[in-house]
Structures are given as structure tokens and as C-alpha cells.
Design a protein around this ligand. Sequence first.
Ligand SMILES: [Zn+2]
Ligand SMILES: [Zn+2]
Ligand SMILES: [Zn+2]
Ligand SMILES: [Zn+2]
Ligand SMILES: [Zn+2]
Ligand SMILES: [Zn+2]
Ligand SMILES: [Zn+2]
Ligand SMILES: [Zn+2]
Length: 486
Amino acid sequence: MEIEKEMKKMTLGHEFGAGAACLKCKDKCEGFELHFWRKICRNCKCGLTEHDVAMNSEEDKKVGKLFEDTKYTRLIAKLKTDGIPSYHGSMVTITLPSPATAYILPPSASSTVVPPSATADSVQPPGASTGSTPGNARPQPQVHPVPASVAPVKANKVPVPVSATSANLVPVPKDVPLKSVTYEWAPPVANKHLAVRYIELLPPEKRPVTGTEGAAYRRQQMARQLPEHDQDPSKCHELNPDEVKQMQQYVRRYKDEALGVGDVMLPEEMALVQAGGQGGPGGVGVPPGAGGAGFGPGFCHHCQQPMRLGEPAVYAERAGYDRLWHPACFVCCTCNELLVDMIYFWKKDKMYCGRHYGDSEKPRCAGCDELIFSNEYTQAEGQNWHLKHFCCFDCDRILAGETYVMENEKPVCKPCYMKNYAVKCSACQNVVEPEAQRVSYGEHHWHAEPQCFKCSGCAKCLMGQRFMALQGYLFCSVECKKKTIA
Ligand SMILES: [Zn+2]
Ligand SMILES: [Zn+2]
Ligand SMILES: [Zn+2]
Ligand SMILES: [Zn+2]
Ligand SMILES: [Zn+2]
Ligand SMILES: [Zn+2]
Ligand SMILES: [Zn+2]
Ligand SMILES: [Zn+2]
């Protein structure tokens, strides 16, 4: 039943992104048009993410589907309308008094929502009333799905510096700016200070701030690390019922055994939770041992450097909470990239991104980029290929039993090679066939034969000899050079 359903769904979404301009090729691409089985544009051969397509809702659906039927369903919200689960990890605007790091994170508060103005209230000197009375409903942190800019906004309430004693002496400053930053994604923790500190600990060019290089990096990694066609048979090309079944089993297995999403916490807070025994960072007393002289946050599982108290760390349930990572160290063991949105695959003591977990389990077709669930496939040029996908990159002709040439690590058929890539012999002016031996020197090429690779002065064969090359001419000696070029 399930398989039939998947088979029916298997019409590729060829309409998505259609016509979008390529950001890399500009006018040279007529607009995105999905190749019928490669995951690239037919016109310019770039990927979908290189084209100007708003990916957010598609990405959210993809990640939603990834976590469907897993224990991480808290990350997704079922959409009532079409039943497609959606991820709500994206786009949050966090407003904090600037700079965020000036605020100390009280460990006990890091699991509760601390709206910026509530923080301000709590250190408000008595008498300096702002009109709100304790116990009133506090304003919620600003989390709204609009791509706001990074421009600072004025506070309508006055945040007070952390030191309450100085606040008693110093007149309450007016117009202290609140810094409001929109992130494409931020860790889903209640304490916004902790979330912002986590992001600050990432390399600047990888921070997912809307409209920056970091946001583009996240988007690119979202496509690269979590290929839709690694999780959804309907995104694959022409699977047969057996392949669909194999894929469904594979997906079920990684959802049960490997897939997870990181948790951001302070090490000292995690120590309390762990010592407390029963999960949930809610009710914590001071457990014996923790907080005492013996407690240290330990070492990062990736770089082996010490973790720091007061700085957020990443934990992974699958790895066990005795392991922890620096935010910038929570990377895939194969590509070394930050795990996008902290989505990980844990296997044999190693952290993988989705793509490289897949590669560790199954061969991947270098033609269509899908994992291969069929027993029959071919290996060529150090890569794996579906039998029907070892094709010319330019004209899609099947290359089994044909002469082909590797150009830019892509196989091309001989006719396409002769038309698009072959070089001319500087001596006889004929195209050098792919099978022919050739000599290249700078911009120039010759048939590696006596009648072509010879001295332009005395016609002596230069194969295996010292030679001089000048403007496509070859010489055995200075004398021959002088004789030929006046
Ligand atoms: Zn294109
Ligand atoms: Zn392009
Ligand atoms: Zn580290
Ligand atoms: Zn990877
Ligand atoms: Zn393939
Ligand atoms: Zn071809
Ligand atoms: Zn020649
Ligand atoms: Zn000569």
C-alpha cells in the first residue's frame, strides 16, 4: 500500500522554481528548468540553489518531513490543510539590549523565557517605576516571521545595566538602543541570550543572519547536507517498487538509529540536569557533586579543547549527554561543515551530515545524485552510477560501451568532446581526437607524433628531446629559432 502511494507521488516537481534567473550565469541562463533526472538546470547546469528561488517554505517542508514520525516531532507542526509536516525553525527576530554579551546568563534562568524588558524590570531600582507592576503579564520576546533589518530599534522601556548597584547611583539612561537581529534560524531554546551567544560563537561568515553571507551559507548547506532525494522516494527518478521499498526501510532505520538534532545548553546547567537524574531542566536543586570543586565542563568531543563555563555547548542525545561540542565544532566528520540547523546523523562515534551519512551507507549515483538502492550499478572514474545514468553530461547519451572523455570530472561522449572541448594541433591544425596522444605546452597542443611534434626549423622529431616553444612553434635549438623567426 505504502509503496503504491509512493509510486503515485513519483512525478518530479518539475514546476518548482521554473523560470527563475540564475544568480551565477545571469543572462546566459534563460531561466531555471529542471533536467529530467539530474538535479540541475537544463539551461545552465547549475543547481536550483544557484537560481533566484525563495526556498524557505520548501526547506521547511523538507525538514518537516525528515523529522516526521521521529521522536523529534516537537520540531514540526502538522499543517492541517495539506497534512505536510512543516518545520518551524526558520526566521526569528531576536531583540536584545546591545551588546548581548554584556548580560550575564544566570544558569537557573537559561531554561526559562527571559524577555529583554523583563530582565530590565528585575534590576529596576525601587521607585524608578515604569508603570508596570510585578505580576503583570510580561511582554513576550519579539519573535515574528518578518525579515526585519539589522538596524537597531529604540527601546520603549529602559534596559538597565547588569550592575544593580550602579543603577542605583546613575540616572536611568534614556534611549538605550535595543539590537534587533533577524536570523534565518536560531537554536530553539527559550533563553534568547543563550541562542544569540551560540550564534556569536560561530565563525562570522557562517552566522545565519538574514541578508548576509552566513544566510547564503546556511541555504547552500541546507541543500547540500540534506538532499530531499535521500529521504523522499517521490523526489527520486523512476524508482521501481523494490527500490522504493528498500529506500523506505533505509529512511526508517536512520530515523530510528541515527537522526537527531543538537541541544544548546550551558555545561553547568547540563550537569545539574544530569545529577538531578530525572530529565528536564525544570526542577533543579543543588545536587551533590555538581557545582562543587570537582565540576569542570569537560572537553569538546571534536577539538578536544576545554569547554568554558558560562558558554553554551551543543549536546546530542544520540551521542549521550556526557559528550559536548563547541558550537563551531558541531560539524560533519566528512565535509567538516557546520551541521545545518544542528541536524545530525550519529553513527559509530561519528557525527555526519545527511549527505555523508548516506554516502557511508549506500553508493551514490554521480549522475543523478541519488543513493543507489538497486543491486545493479556501474563504477567508473572512481564513482558510482545507475546503469542508465552513466551518460554524456552534454547530450545525455548513454555511455555504456562507448568512448567517453572526462571533462571537468564529467563524462562526455566523443562527438560532444570533438564539438565542445577538443583542442587543435598547432602543427597540422587538425582537432586532436580523444584517443590520440598529445603534448601540451601552455596554450598549445600537438599530436604526439613525429610529423607534428617536430622542430619548425629542421623538422627533427622532438619527442623525448629538449625543446623551445614560441608562439606555437617548436625549436630544437637557438639556431633553428633564428633561422625561422626573423
Ligand atoms: Zn539555469
Ligand atoms: Zn547557472
Ligand atoms: Zn571544539
Ligand atoms: Zn558532510
Ligand atoms: Zn542515477
Ligand atoms: Zn554527448
Ligand atoms: Zn597534428
Ligand atoms: Zn631544428
